[in-house]
Design a protein around this ligand. Sequence first.
Ligand SMILES: Nc1ncnc2c1ncn2[C@@H]1O[C@H](COP(=O)(O)OP(=O)(O)OP(=O)(O)O)[C@@H](O)[C@H]1O
Length: 219
Amino acid sequence: MLKTEGLGYWYQDKDQPLFQGIDLEFDAGQSYAILGHSGSGKTTFLSLIAGLDQPKEGDIKLNERSLKQIGLTNFRRHDVSIVFQAYNLFTYMSPLNNLLTAMAITDAAHAGDKAYARQVLSDLGISTDLAERNVQHLSGGQQQRVAIARTMCCDAKLVVADEPTGNLDEDNTKEVIQQFQKIAHEQGKCVIIVTHEPDVASQCDHQFRLENKQFVELA
Ligand SMILES: Nc1ncnc2c1ncn2[C@@H]1O[C@H](COP(=O)(O)OP(=O)(O)OP(=O)(O)O)[C@@H](O)[C@H]1O
């Protein structure tokens, strides 16, 4: 589904590329973890496949179409959904309105469907009562579940997450990873997660480590 071809990136003020010549394939219905030491370039890689930045070398293709051909704005709106460590919800809105807004912005099939949004939230343990409160009244674990619900109710087939469990305790981490597995296995989406935590990575279907400018697949 998503392919990188000879992908390379470097920041102008650095004399070395972060990675170069990267050929990877990510399939629908599968989850992938990207590990690597701090500063190795994991977030940079994620920002390229999320269409937030452009490669210096090589190409990224979604279903054989280059992101350049799709157009980054179009790609970001319809094809990719991002989950951040800091949740990045609209903090002045309720969980329900966060989902409705995301569905409207991305022209999702369920746009405007309040009952559907409530059901997705409820499946993730966000009660009808919580769904109507301001998100700032929710715990970190609950806010991350709202962020995941937002991803689930949008139609983007690619889901990328940057340290999604970085702020969560053990129980919430387990819950969140289970939800990502559901997104991959039940919704048939391609899930790519950057994480520092080997325990989190080992629950994904595939693991890569970014080291020495290359991605090495772990057994
Ligand atoms: N906008 C930028 N300009 C210049 N250098 C940058 C920029 N963003 C990141 N870097 C540098 O690029 C390298 C890779 O950063 P990146 O955030 O991708 O690493 P990471 O593996 O995600 O790190 P961490 O695990 O600590 O989040 C680091 O040395 C970082 O300082």
